[in-house]
Ligand binder design. Structure first.
Ligand code: G6P
Length: 525
């Protein structure tokens, strides 16, 4: 380990994020219910194996009574190794719904016209809450501890921590895109947030583009010099690095092996017998491009009538951030699209879209991933998109269980996946004879605006704003012969099984340790 090598003694790892890995609700009897939270941050952090850490985050609800706070604190610590931050409802509303999700979220996803809610009160709340997180950390912090701050809700926190403990080891990872400096500069408080981050020893992003945008924003907004490796400011060198996040594949492969999942899979298989299945699983967030997805699917049904009664799009829209106005209007827009498409193309025997605005349990989720002939992601901007990785792992597991060979599918250069039209000369059925009988892996249709598109090159990459081309990609996915499906799946699976959450965590921690050593003794470098 680096600390032994170079003489720095590291303490505990403290992970800090707005959200804890569980959503807590108060039951009528005064007890609390804990449900797994959704979203990429929780998936990745809970997927990191082999590293112990203390997790500090907001409880998500106000607790006025000291007795309740003590009870929650005890339960969270004993059962989940988590430390709660308690916020007043008004502060939480302005910090979470207001500044974080009403201003930063849309702007960082290039939707600056939705960024209409900036006001001083929200900004003040954001500062106040970041300070409360700082205070909560200081209650558990010991010399040598490494503090790893996560995401856009806490961009001022590194600087506050640095002020409280100038010698602390501090890092930051952004789970969403960092936009082009031309977009970032719109933000009225652009300087303050950059100053906040530049107190970190390491600042991490999912992709090179995000890191590049961050560095050019520093130059343009703060007038500071940067190098591709980072920026020196107020005596701290912030090392800028790229760490593409991943999942824990075994969580999903074993999820598909349970009896509960197997029985749901068998049930769905029977229910949708004879139909092609396209699956979508997204938080119902306007960045996920759900409306574009539905319009493209409608175009697909209009253009390829042979599929009208033979295909179902199962779309799960996981409820999210329902106190933010933009999310409420999205719900009704999606309902309208689904209603229109189902009434136009539905028959008395069934509907082309099976849509729910609910979360599904893990067994159902894995069963759906396993069922899909294609999974479609149409994000208009997305930090990474881990649903894509989850789908690939479950498809791999299903193929293994159903004895579909995914090992022998490499195809020659002449017949490569980048020239799909060559390999589509045979019908799917004919090609299937060259492989083991069984359903070959599903196809991932993936937006070029998701961070995942940078690495999952085996996908059918789409521009979701191009409706006609997306409709054509849906058709191509359903028609794709087994040989090409296998080759593309194999390419994606190799990436997902290598770039795991554990690797992401350990790569980050490695760079963090090096950066801390640099802070402790720059002369060694
Ligand atoms: C994204 C963000 C996370 C967030 C998640 C769910 O993945 O990067 O920080 O936790 O969305 O959103 P929520 O507002 O429910 O925490």
């Amino acid at each position: 380990p680096i600390d032994d090598m170079l003489g720095v003694k590291f303490g505990d790892l403290i992970v800090v994020s707005n959200r804890l890995p569980m959503t807590i609700t108060r039951k009528e009897d005064g007890n609390h219910e804990y449900k797994k939270s959704s979203g990429g941050l929780v998936t990745a952090l809970t997927g990191m194996e082999g590293r112990e850490f203390k997790w500090i985050g907001w409880t998500g609800m106000e607790c006025e009574e000291k007795e309740e706070r003590d009870k929650l604190r005890k339960e969270l610590l004993e059962e989940h190794k988590c430390y709660p931050v308690f916020l007043k409802d008004d502060d939480a509303d302005m910090y979470y719904n207001g500044f974080s999700n009403g201003v930063l979220w849309p702007l960082f996803h290039y939707l600056y016209e939705k960024n209409t809610t900036f006001n001083t009160e929200q900004w003040e709340a954001y500062k106040k809450v970041n300070q409360q997180f700082c205070d909560a950390i200081m209650e558990v912090y010991k010399d040598g501890d490494m503090i790893w701050v996560h995401d856009y809700h806490l961009m001022l926190l590194p600087q506050m921590l640095r002020k409280a403990r100038p010698d602390a080891f501090i890092s930051f990872f952004l789970h969403i895109p960092f936009p082009s400096s031309e977009i970032y500069r719109i933000l009225p408080v652009r300087e303050a947030l950059l100053e906040g981050l530049l107190a970190s020893n390491v600042v991490g992003f999912h992709t090179f583009d995000f890191a590049r945008h961050f560095l050019s924003s520093i130059t343009r907004s703060l007038g500071l010099d940067t190098t591709p490796r980072g920026c020196l400011h107020n005596g701290i060198f912030s090392h800028v690095h790229v760490f593409p996040i991943g999942i824990n594949p075994s969580q999903f492969s074993s999820g598909f092996q349970t009896d509960a999942c197997k029985s749901r899979y068998a049930y769905f298989k029977d229910k949708y017998k004879g139909k092609k299945l396209i699956v979508g699983v997204d938080r119902l967030d306007y960045t996920k491009g759900m409306e574009l997805k539905l319009i493209a699917f409608e175009k697909f049904l209009a253009t390829y009538p042979q599929y009208r009664n033979n295909v179902v799009l199962i779309q799960v829209g996981v409820p999210t951030r329902q106190d933010v106005v933009e999310y409420q209007s999205l719900i009704s827009h999606v309902n309208e699209h689904v209603g229109r498409i189902n009434s136009t193309y539905g028959t008395l025997d069934g509907f082309p879209i099976h849509y729910i605005n609910k979360s599904v349990n893990f067994d159902d989720l894995c069963a759906l991933y396993g069922m899909a002939d294609a999974l479609i992601v149409t994000s208009i901007r997305d930090g990474m998109n881990l649903v894509s990785s989850e789908f690939i792992v479950v498809q791999n597991e299903r193929c293994l269980q159903e004895n579909v060979s995914v090992e022998d599918g490499y195809i020659s250069d002449k017949d490569s996946p980048s020239t799909p039209s060559n390999s589509r000369s045979n019908s799917g059925e004919a090609s299937a004879q060259n492989f083991n009988v069984g359903k070959p892996p599903g196809v991932l249709i993936l937006s070029e605006f998701a961070g995942a598109a940078r690495s999952l090159g085996g996908s059918l990459i789409i521009n979701p704003f191009n409706i006609i081309a997306t409709a054509k990609s849906i058709f191509d996915a359903l028609e794709m012969p087994p040989k090409e499906r296998i080759a593309r799946h194999r390419q994606n699976y190799d990436v997902v099984k290598t770039n795991t959450a554990t690797k992401w965590g350990s790569d980050f921690m490695h760079e963090f340790e090096v950066a801390c050593q640099y802070q402790a003794d720059p002369a060694l470098f």
